[in-house]
Design a protein around this ligand. Structure first.
Ligand code: PGA
Length: 264
């Protein structure tokens, strides 16, 4: 099947870096990224997105603004303005230069008790600001052991997207992240990634026209992606990129990963 969109790699720095470390890492990435592009003398066929913690977003934006690296947020609230102490609105994220917003990450579902309903509210609020949601879905180990992986993933996708319509200019990223694989150091097999991405694509096609899905949605994989396994995570439809946690937070781990992708 013909590839519709370029790959995307999102670096999810989680709560692991100080603002100082975030800025330092962003500076190294800008330099390394530009060297990769100069060396190959061609634009690598993927988009690079950095997702710092909230206090670091505006600082990292200053570092990357002259490059083609994009900015992502790890979370958002579903209202644009109002008395919601401690929350951050999609409108403000757009104002400071964010393009992508992660919604429904399993760590938030687990520790902050985010529900499918909250995830849908967030997704809609993000789309309303013409930002691109990165919807995270994935099964726990016990759900997988019980043979419910596809049901759980399909239900999460449906719950987040039921009734949602993508406008012609709007984009969506769906990240399949098996919860038990995140941070484990051991990614699942290429075959399993593709199989689950196909399940997700089918759920999307049941909701939206095929051309909308192929033109406006990217399905990506996340969970212990690193330089050693990155090439098993891309290159076969419908997989269109990766969400990288641990290996994106250390320049010496991220650079080889980017180089592998650029060679592909
Ligand atoms: P990991 O995290 O790459 O460290 O497994 C991925 C994620 O949580 O998005």
């Amino acid at each position: 099947m013909k590839k519709q969109q370029s790959n995307i790699i999102l670096a999810n720095w989680k709560m692991n870096l100080s603002t100082f470390e975030s800025v330092g890492l962003a500076k190294k990435i800008v330099k390394g990224w530009s060297e990769i592009k100069t060396k190959d003398n061609k634009k690598p066929d993927f988009e690079l997105v950095l997702c710092p913690s909230f206090p670091a977003i505006a600082l990292v934006e200053q570092v990357i603004k002259k490059s083609d690296i994009k900015l992502g947020a790890q979370n958002v609230f579903w209202k644009q303005v109002g008395p919601y102490t401690g929350e951050v609105s999609p409108e403000v994220l757009r104002e400071i230069g964010v393009s992508y917003v992660v919604v429904g990450h399993s760590e938030r579902r687990q520790y902050l008790k985010e529900t499918d309903v909250m995830v849908q509210h967030k997704l809609l609020a993000v789309l309303a600001q013409s930002l691109t949601p990165v919807l995270c879905v994935g099964e726990t180990f016990s759900e997988r052991q019980a043979g419910h992986k596809n049901i759980v993933v399909g239900r999460q996708v449906q719950a987040a997207l039921a009734g949602v319509e993508l406008g012609i200019e709007q984009q969506l990223v769906v990240a399949y992240e098996p919860v038990w694989v995140i941070g484990s150091g051991q990614a699942i097999t290429h075959q399993e990634m593709v199989e689950t991405a196909k399940v997700i694509k089918q759920v999307l096609i049941d909701m939206w026209p095929l051309e909308v899905v192929e033109r406006q949605v990217r399905i990506i994989y996340g969970g212990s992606v690193d330089a050693n396994n990155i090439m098993t995570c891309v290159g076969e439809e419908p997989l269109s990129g990766v969400l990288v946690g641990g290996a994106s937070q250390d320049y010496n781990r991220l650079l080889p990963l980017l180089k592998q992708l650029a060679k592909a």
